[in-house]
Design a protein around this ligand. Structure first.
Ligand SMILES: [Zn+2]
Length: 293
């Protein structure tokens, strides 16, 4: 049973989420509700399987990081995401005001599936570029270091992002689609594909996803991105897909039992106050020594 789960979990959660979305769309049910339910269900499965088949049993033990992860999750889910969701359409409308907006593309007459594929590729590209930029720019690295500060990988790391880091990713990827008039249903379909992948990305589960490691940014692949070795961590920037990593030469995967020696901050993270509280880490961007590492 464990071997079956290890090989097929990614396929099952993505297929389940996409099937539920398709049925909900056909039956006129809430698409947002289905995407949310699939995300929560995947997260609960991840938290459960971490106890049953952990990749590293030591990563199941708190390391003084739980409150930071919990606060970060509460802020992202309770404040930042709702604010972005409410403000993005308003922001897009204000940018378009008085404009003819000829770019509100005729291509939106394209079949739904093609629109979803195009939106998926764009969102993944924008998040990939934003992520690489957060690794290269000292100022942005200071924001992104919160995510890399964890010394272990587990389900709650999914939400360990500086609010500004999260907002930049969202604005770079989704706002342009609002500006060209991409329907909300298309964006929700992309989320139905990507959210289950993202919910498993940091999971401390011993998965062997095989060929899907070359499609999705699985926990096996993403583990390298959290290595404390810079040469290993500056790879696998993809959010849900590894397509852009493969095209731009930043893909790293070693099939089998290979793993980073340790995870956590690396290289230019020295000087970042990772041991501070969540609020202390957020406020460190206002310190005089910020961003010089
Ligand atoms: Zn990163």
């Amino acid at each position: 049973m464990k071997a079956f789960i290890a090989r097929n979990l990614y396929g099952l959660v993505v297929a389940g989420s996409v099937s539920a979305f398709a049925l909900a769309r056909a039956w006129g049910l809430s698409l947002e509700g289905v995407v949310l339910a699939a995300s929560v269900a995947t997260l609960l499965v991840a938290a459960l399987l971490e106890r049953v088949m952990p990749f590293d049993a030591a990563w199941n033990e708190p390391q003084g990081d739980t409150s930071t992860d919990a606060f970060s999750a509460a802020v992202l889910i309770g404040l930042v995401d709702p604010a972005l969701k409410a403000l993005m359409p308003v922001f897009a409308l204000s940018l378009l005001r008085g404009l003819d907006a000829p770019w509100q593309v005729a291509a939106l007459d394209a079949p739904f599936v093609l629109q979803v594929i195009a939106a998926l590729l764009w969102i993944e590209l924008a998040k990939y570029l934003s992520h690489r930029w957060h690794h290269r720019s000292p100022s942005l690295w200071w924001l992104h270091a919160l995510h890399h500060g964890s010394r272990r990988l587990y389900w709650l790391n999914n939400f360990r992002f500086h609010p500004l880091n999260h907002a930049i990713n969202s604005l770079a990827s989704v706002l342009p689609l609002w500006l060209i008039g991409v329907p909300v249903d298309v964006l929700l379909a992309v989320a139905a594909i990507t959210q289950p992948v993202v919910m498993l990305q940091h999971a401390n589960i011993d998965l062997r996803s095989g060929v899907l490691n070359y499609v999705f940014s699985t926990n096996e692949v993403h583990r390298w991105h959290h290595s404390s070795e810079p040469s290993e961590a500056n790879a696998n920037f993809g959010s849900a897909l590894v397509l852009w990593d493969q095209l731009f030469g930043t893909y790293r995967h070693r099939p089998g039992a290979d793993r980073p020696r340790s995870v956590g901050l690396f290289g230019n993270g020295s000087g970042y106050p990772a041991a501070r509280s969540y609020v202390g880490q957020l406020m460190s961007m206002f310190r005089p020594d910020c961003c010089r590492a």
